[in-house]
Design a protein around this ligand. Structure first.
Ligand SMILES: [Zn+2]
Length: 252
């Protein structure tokens, strides 16, 4: 169906692999075309004009050539808007961005949400770049919580999914099996992943806040850890697959 051989779209590098001696095979999350696999010839060479823009998480205006016969894409230019160098300065932020990239890669079936996914990933990368390493778990929580919304699986954190009762201010809850809803203790009967009252209120409060306002909110460490586990559990359920990045996060 693609009739334009040369096209340009804003894009974020989701994955970068070595291709031969000096080329890069890229997976780009584009604003307009969803995920695109594209070859960046010579991009591994020191003086290549494609070098910076083809590194992981770089955000560029990508110019692509589409070969309609082979249905392949070649990168002809990457006009770098943000290289997100700061992300690469500490392990916590590298791991967070890598997890998000993996979620994006594995969720590609969600075709109609790719524009939203591109905007979400870009906003979260900007927040991760601007915030310190200690804010990375919050950026991940917000990425995953908002991803669940894009995917159509965000549960209601204000009332029990089973009995419909609104949660009390100081009431914790349980996130039921994948992808699942959020239930009160009585309805959950010990099943699901526990959410502290703080974590549940955090989800409820940040549902309608913009990302920057959401990221200004902090949780106590055990609520944050429990929230992270519950979100990971829910994401695994939605993607119906395990995530290597989540496994490594879970061990920390
Ligand atoms: Zn209930």
């Amino acid at each position: 169906m693609q009739t334009f051989r040369n096209l340009s779209t804003p894009a974020i590098v989701i994955r970068r692999e070595r291709m031969g001696e000096s080329h890069k095979g890229l997976v780009l999350l584009t604003a307009d075309l969803g995920l695109v696999h594209a070859a960046a010839y010579g991009a591994w060479k020191m003086h290549s004009a494609l070098r910076t823009g083809s590194e992981p998480f770089a955000h560029s205006l990508a110019r692509l050539y589409h070969d309609p016969v082979k249905n392949t894409y070649k990168v002809t230019d990457l006009e770098v808007r943000e290289s997100f160098e700061g992300l690469r300065t500490d392990l916590g932020r590298i791991e967070a961005a890598s997890l998000w990239a993996e979620v994006v890669l594995k969720s590609i079936a969600a075709g109609e949400t790719t524009g939203g996914l591109y905007r979400l990933l870009l906003a979260c990368l900007r927040a991760l770049e601007a915030g310190g390493a200690d804010r990375a778990p919050y950026a991940t929580a917000q990425f995953l919580w908002r991803f669940l919304d894009l995917a159509g699986y965000r549960p209601d954190a204000s009332a029990c999914e089973r009995c419909g009762r609104a949660f009390g201010e100081a009431e914790g809850a349980a996130w039921l099996a994948a992808p699942g809803g959020i239930a009160c203790g009585a309805c959950a009967g010990g099943a699901g992943l526990p959410l502290s009252a703080g974590a549940r209120r955090y989800l409820e409060a940040t549902r309608d806040l913009d990302l920057a306002a959401s990221l200004a909110i902090s949780l106590d460490p055990s609520s944050l850890a429990g929230l992270g586990k519950a979100l990971q559990h829910a994401i695994r359920g939605v993607l119906e697959t395990d995530l290597a990045s989540l496994r490594s996060l879970g061990q920390r």
